[in-house]
Write a protein that binds this ligand. Structure first.
Ligand code: SF4
Length: 347
């Protein structure tokens, strides 16, 4: 589910396909926890399907339609087309861009600690790139606990650009499109939320707001476990001598805190066929908006409220939803709409 790959020589990292852990793919409950089906269903969505951490992409899917996200986890019998030709073209284009900045190498991983060390090394590589005069880093892992909610969230930033003269870092998220026009308002809103979360995570790392202990307890990993030989070998190629994740995280957290927070956030829309840029959209980072949305989404993950579908104004989303034939939210809204219309006609 997560190919452990490292960027070699030139630059950092990469976890190309860990970007979109498709909903059910990594939705395993800990094998050490044996629970009855009944007990399992009583657990929150977080405990059932995302023990340890949430992906930014989980939250962006939730931003599109929370009910759809819920069904994707809980009704696996409804066929969901995951890899359309359009999605594949988008993935290929992302990979091509990534390979333009660094090579990707496979790393032998033996434990959860090794897996996380790969992510850390990828982040370390990006940070080192900037500290040694480089300007661009792609596929940069970020993680943290946004807005003090005590839930680990992990993401992968498409591209960071460092300007050493002005000492600024900009974020550039790449979105490929089948059609050569800019996306709808709903899509732009979703993309803005995604990149705002990336900025939050990166900035929190720069501000030293992420602790090793929090990472270890969320992921149930041992910071002092000796890392595999392959990991240590790759660390040496980045001029890092480590034995454990504890060593590695000390180095990364120290280095990243010498950088600066993200100044500007952009989304670049590229037409898949022509590879032409359709437009660069600057996203205004509104901390209270992102924070309020995030806190509301977290309530759902923790089981403090039920899933909600789209509002009537966004009912067009239902037309191309895999779950529209079983969606109770949609049915309820349709009845409410019908009732209101009848009442209006009576007046
Ligand atoms: Fe959401 Fe509509 Fe799909 Fe229901 S049918 S899950 S409300 S998009």
């Amino acid at each position: 589910k997560e190919p452990e790959t490292l960027a070699s020589s030139k630059e950092p990292e990469t976890l190309a396909s860990s970007k979109e852990p498709e909903t059910l793919a990594s939705s395993k409950i800990s094998t050490s926890t044996v629970v009855s089906l009944n007990d399992f269903q009583q657990l929150s969505l977080l405990e059932r399907f995302r023990p340890g951490y949430l992906w930014v992409t989980d939250l962006t899917k939730q931003n599109w339609c929370e009910q759809q996200l819920f069904y994707a986890f809980t009704i696996p019998t409804v066929a969901v087309v995951e890899d359309t030709p359009v999605m594949k073209a988008g993935t290929d284009y992302h990979l091509a861009r990534e390979l333009a900045t660094h090579d990707v190498v496979k790393v032998d991983v033996q434990s959860s600690e090794d897996i996380w060390a790969v992510k850390m090394l990828n982040l370390h590589s990006a940070v080192s790139t900037f500290l040694h005069g480089g300007n661009v880093a792609r596929e940069v892992p970020v993680f943290g606990a946004p807005f003090n909610e005590n839930i680990l969230v992990v993401g992968l930033i498409d591209e960071l650009r460092f300007d050493p003269l002005n000492y600024t870092i900009d974020l550039n998220e790449l979105k490929t499109r089948q059609y050569s026009n800019l996306p709808s308002h709903a899509q732009k809103k979703q993309h803005s939320f995604q990149v705002s979360l990336y900025k939050t995570l990166f900035d929190d790392l720069v501000k030293g707001r992420v602790s090793k202990q929090f990472m270890a307890s969320s992921l149930r990993i041992d910071l002092h476990k000796e890392l595999g030989g392959s990991i240590r070998e790759h660390a040496e190629k980045q001029f890092v001598e480590i034995k454990t994740l504890n060593d590695l995280m000390d180095i990364i957290f120290h280095k990243i805190q010498t950088l600066t927070c993200i100044s500007q956030v952009f989304i670049e829309y590229v037409h898949q066929e022509s590879k032409q840029t359709i437009g660069h959209v600057e996203v205004e980072y509104d901390v209270s908006e992102v924070s309020n949305l995030y806190k509301r989404y977290v309530q759902f993950w923790r089981g403090n409220r039920s899933a909600e579908g789209v509002d009537i104004e966004e009912a067009w989303k239902c037309q191309r939803c895999d779950f529209n034939s079983v969606c109770e939210w949609r049915e309820k809204k349709a009845k409410e709409y019908e009732f209101k219309n009848k009442q209006k006609n009576k007046l």
